[in-house]
Design a protein around this ligand. Structure first.
Ligand SMILES: Cc1cc2nc3c(=O)[nH]c(=O)nc-3n(C[C@H](O)[C@H](O)[C@H](O)COP(=O)(O)OP(=O)(O)OC[C@H]3O[C@@H](n4cnc5c(N)ncnc54)[C@H](O)[C@@H]3O)c2cc1C
Length: 387
């Protein structure tokens, strides 16, 4: 018997450091997260504040950023870590992605030296949590339509508006909020507890239940002038952060798919139907073979994109191709694995439907599948078809 990794000789493509990171994060996930994750999912909770210092100690928060207490790993090493975290649950990887790729990247790329010195070391250590508020109730795929406004009042800024679907929102110490100003879209650092700023956790989710999602309300929030991120101007600033987070998803979603496939193969080898193991039926083997091929192809593409990023050559439409492929194939694999587990597949005793439900969010956030098709369509034809 071979694993999918062995089938595609994935190990031979990884460096020693990448293998070491994979093994360390996998061990942490198995020991510290997996025993609890089904309960967190069932209860709709995630102990973000409790886990953050442990994730920080492993160097996983803002791990691909340089300086300020960040681990400064390569992009591919970050991707490998995302894959292992999401093998446990997309909620865990989402928390790490939002902290590192969105909130910390925004401060790292667009902040002042004082903002970086103040926030990044404590965020890298997991002593402070961040969130990234771009989406609004009426503007998700088209953030350029945002209604949240920031206006100058003397040396201060005053923000009004609301943000929705914000990961880590109600547990964050610092919210990176994007708002329309007279000079276009700008980013602001809004500390929790600022008068007029409220974050309410959203409930009744059927996906990403082991993750904190919140609605942010900004009602006359007065911020000092130095709350502005000076170097992020226009919509390209938040979109730059999103491209970083999408890169993590290219790897992460495949971790969830790999976990489903492992569960389905284990199950098929022991479950007897019509007097022999389910794994011994051609129909089952066809499903497993097709899923293994898609998973392996996805991993090879992710590694290729990782190498391009490490060489500084990765283009946004290539990230779109990876995000589209990984999320679309991962959700198809999770659903197909569920069929192999029959009725058991719909319970939290197995990870497959939990992953499949999580992947609905992963398919949707950081640009929906359709948005990435449109990005690729534009790259291939030269015609924009967003409107
Ligand atoms: C669990 C979760 C966590 C999230 N975390 C964050 C976060 O931390 N920060 C943040 O800012 N946002 C976050 N989001 C929001 C996420 O980024 C948005 O949900 C996403 O961008 C899609 O926006 P929407 O939900 O408003 O859908 P819409 O934009 O309303 O899209 C609805 C449908 O229309 C399609 N569509 C849109 N435009 C076109 C078009 N031009 N042509 C054809 N079809 C189109 C879409 O693909 C989709 O199928 C999160 C979402 C979820 C579910």
């Amino acid at each position: 018997m071979v694993t999918v990794d062995e089938l595609f000789a994935i190990d031979s493509l990884l460096t020693d450091t990448e293998r070491q990171i994979r093994d360390t994060v996998r061990a942490f996930g198995e020991q510290r997260l997996r025993p609890h994750v089904a309960d967190w999912f069932e209860q709709g909770t995630f102990p973000a504040r409790e886990l953050a210092p442990e994730l920080g100690a492993l160097g996983l928060l803002g791990m691909h950023l340089d300086g300020y207490g960040c681990a400064g790993t390569s992009a591919t090493e970050y991707g490998v870590a995302c894959m292992e975290l999401e093998a446990v649950d997309s909620g865990v990887r989402s928390m790490v992605s939002v902290q590192g790729s969105l909130a910390m990247t925004a401060i790292h790329e667009y902040g002042t030296e004082e903002q970086k010195q103040h926030w990044l070391p404590q965020m890298a250590a997991g002593r402070a949590l961040g969130c990234f508020g771009l989406t609004e109730p009426d503007f998700g795929s088209n953030p350029g339509g945002m209604r949240t406004r920031a206006v100058r009042d003397g040396a201060d800024w005053v923000l009004n508006g609301s943000k929705m679907w914000i990961t880590n929102g109600s547990v964050a110490d610092i919210a990176v909020v994007w708002a329309r100003t007279e000079e276009g879209v700008r980013g602001f650092l809004v500390p929790a507890g600022t008068p007029g700023f409220t974050a309410r956790e959203m409930h009744r989710k059927l996906s990403l239940r082991a993750s904190v999602t919140a609605e942010l309300d900004l009602d006359g929030v007065r911020l000092p002038g130095d709350a502005l991120l000076p170097d992020g101007k226009g919509l390209s600033a938040p979109l730059g952060c999103l491209s970083e987070a999408r890169f993590g998803i290219v790897f992460g979603a495949l971790g969830a798919a790999a976990d489903c496939l492992t569960a389905a193969i284990d199950y098929a080898r022991t479950r007897e139907v019509f007097d022999k193991p389910l794994a011994a039926y051609q129909l089952t083997q066809a499903k497993l073979a097709d899923m293994a091929v898609e998973l392996g192809k996805g991993q090879l593409l992710a590694l290729h994109l990782g190498r391009l990023k490490d060489r500084g050559e990765l283009r946004p439409e290539q990230v779109s191709a990876g995000k589209l492929n990984s999320t679309r194939e991962a959700i198809a694999i999770a659903r197909q694995c569920r069929t192999i587990l029959g009725a058991n597949g719909i319970t939290l005793d197995y990870p497959v439907l939990r992953h499949a439900n999580n992947l609905e969010s992963v398919l949707t956030y950081e640009g929906t599948a359709e948005v990435h098709q449109l990005v690729l369509g534009e790259a291939l034809t030269g015609s924009k078809a967003f409107r």
